[in-house]
Write a protein that binds this ligand. Structure first.
Ligand code: HEM
Length: 531
């Protein structure tokens, strides 16, 4: 090595000093990049994430500010934790942050991101969103599928009434099975687990959801993909995906066959509308089927797109709505003498004089306290606590900080819902805040304002199934509360766990007692012809 002359030593020290000085000045000014903890070589901040990332990000944001920039292996993650910053990225810069990052799990399970939720902002995404708006989540479609939800609720109530008084019941699987049955009927006119090919549906679906919990090493450290597969995750993923693919394939093929052999018997459901939308079966103009009948059998690319869309719709619906019900019930059982009693009274008043104890969907609009309870549960416990990941392909500025191209964005909806500068008694469960006379009566999930309430996201990537999700979750809670007394030996433990969404770490298993409503008959008669 060459010996350093005194001149060089002086130059060297001067250079180091000026770099340090610049760093200090930049830090003082806020710098051009958001502040963050020290990153380790290769893994960056991966070791800090922990099992409940929204809480880790919340803690880090308390220390480093509401804009955080983390290095997760080879990927940069920007986390924002205030309503005004959420507005900046989801409204003013929605055109940039509206993309989704690629993920190994998503690529496999959703057929190379061919459903809209994980697709980039392309014309195809736009037309799929339009399809959803018209054929899945429009008020007309929701009204048309109301009878399915009421029927399935009737069957569930009948089954639960047969439980031995005081039996422990598994709330989470009961809700998620119900959601899955409702949605498989709404989407493709089949009940999960009803026919032979559908037998394993719930089981495979749940296994895939569980795998979703585990962050894939491949996403952050792709160079380890070939050598590391913790817990055999990759193998399990491929196995369960193959099973789910076989089930979805049988559903799509059965429908295609039915439509070509006997078009008039084709059910009028979302699957038929989608196959028509894709040009895979002829359109029904009301007087029978018309238009070009495709002469070729759809290729695997065609059926893959259909499977991706339907699997994604089931995933988007089931876990989120199940989590919403579970959190609402956990909070109600934690506030038995106050909120739960008040909700029971509201339901009793609304149901008074009716000849059934089943709360039908059309009554939900007459239950403002129930709506406030559901909103409050979603404020404190948004099932997608960091929304779905957003992504910018272009460099930009957020709150004055420079954000590089190809940065992933997480919006901490959980932290924003508990921000004390926005919400009074932010950590308390107080549904009254959302009632007409309450302090937050004007805040709603709809529209392009109120970025402090983000359980359904906002902007172009905001949830298209918001109304349907709220209806299904509210219907479930209303019927459970009105028809049963649920007891837990202790106040429920509200510790969180990231499963397919933000859920209770210790699922509720309350003791169930059927409530008798002397003035009403059991909720059987109206749906008596059901199985
Ligand atoms: C309580 C129930 C639900 C909750 C809490 C919920 C929440 C969310 C959230 C947070 C997002 C991501 C928003 C973003 O990244 O900015 C989302 C996206 C989505 N949700 Fe929901 N959701 C629920 C129910 C539903 C239902 C019932 C459907 C089906 C109709 C649905 C379909 C979707 C789809 C397709 C997307 C992706 C949208 C896109 O990327 O373009 N969700 N949902």
């Amino acid at each position: 090595m060459l010996p350093l002359t005194d001149d060089w030593k002086l130059w060297f020290c001067g250079a180091v000093l000026s770099i340090l000085l610049t760093m200090c000045v930049q830090r003082k000014k806020g710098g051009t990049k958001p502040a963050g903890p020290l990153a380790l070589p290769f893994i960056g901040h991966l070791h800090l994430i922990g099992s409940v990332p929204h809480r880790t990000f919340y803690r880090l944001s308390q220390r480093y500010g509401k804009v955080l920039l983390l290095q997760l292996g080879c990927r940069q993650l920007l986390v924002v934790s205030s309503a005004s910053l959420a507005e900046e990225v989801l409204k003013h810069q929605d055109h940039l942050f509206g993309h989704r990052p690629r993920s190994h799990f998503i690529e496999i399970v959703f057929y190379r991101s061919r459903g809209p939720a994980f697709m980039e902002l392309t014309p195809r995404w736009k037309s799929l969103r339009k399809f959803y708006a018209q054929h899945v989540a429009s008020p007309q479609c929701i009204a048309a599928s109301k009878c399915i939800r009421n029927e399935e609720m009737h069957l569930l109530l009948r089954r639960l009434r047969l439980c031995t008084p005081g039996a422990r019941f598994d709330l989470r699987s009961t809700v998620s099975d119900w959601m899955l049955k409702v949605m498989t009927r709404v989407l493709f006119n089949e009940r999960a687990n009803d026919r032979e090919q559908m037998l394993d549906f719930s089981e495979v679906f749940r296994k895939l959801s569980d795998i979703f919990t585990v962050p894939m090493v491949a996403d952050f450290l792709p160079y380890l993909r070939a050598v590391v597969d913790p817990g055999g995750m990759q193998k399990r993923l491929l196995r369960e995906h193959a099973r789910m693919d076989a089930i979805m394939e049988s559903i799509v093929c059965k429908r295609l066959k039915q439509s070509s052999s006997d078009p008039s018997s084709t059910p009028k459901d979302v699957l038929t509308s989608f196959l028509q939308f894709e040009g895979m079966i002829p359109k029904n103009d009301g007087d029978g089927f018309s238009g070009e009948v495709p002469h070729t059998t759809p290729d695997s690319e065609g059926t893959e797109a259909v499977k991706a869309v339907f699997l994604e719709l089931l995933a988007a619906t089931t876990d989120t709505t199940t989590a919403a019900v579970e959190w609402a019930m956990a909070e109600l059982l934690s506030h038995k003498d106050t909120v739960l009693e008040k909700l029971k009274r509201e339901l009793e008043l609304c149901m008074d004089g009716r000849d059934t104890s089943q709360v039908d969907e059309e009554l939900l609009c007459r239950l403002p306290y129930l709506e406030a309870v559901m909103k409050e549960a979603l404020r404190l416990h948004p099932p997608a606590s960091l929304l779905l990941p957003h992504f910018t392909k272009e460099a930009t500025k957020v709150a004055g900080y420079t954000i590089e191209a190809n940065t992933i964005l997480a919006v901490n909806a959980w932290a924003i819902g508990r921000d004390e500068s926005v919400w009074k008694e932010a950590n308390e469960f107080k549904p009254e805040r959302f009632l007409a006379e309450g302090s937050d009566a004007h805040i709603s999930f709809e529209g392009h304002a109120n970025f402090q309430l983000l359980a359904f996201g906002k902007g172009r990537r905001g949830c298209p199934g918001r109304s349907l999700g709220m209806i299904m979750a509210s219907l479930f809670v209303a019927n459970l509360v009105h028809n049963f007394d649920l007891h837990t030996p202790q106040v429920p433990d509200l510790t969180e766990k990231m499963c397919a969404g933000n859920m209770l770490a210790n699922p509720l298993h309350p003791n169930i007692y059927s409530r008798h409503h002397p003035s009403t008959k059991s909720p059987i008669e109206k749906y008596e012809n059901l199985q």
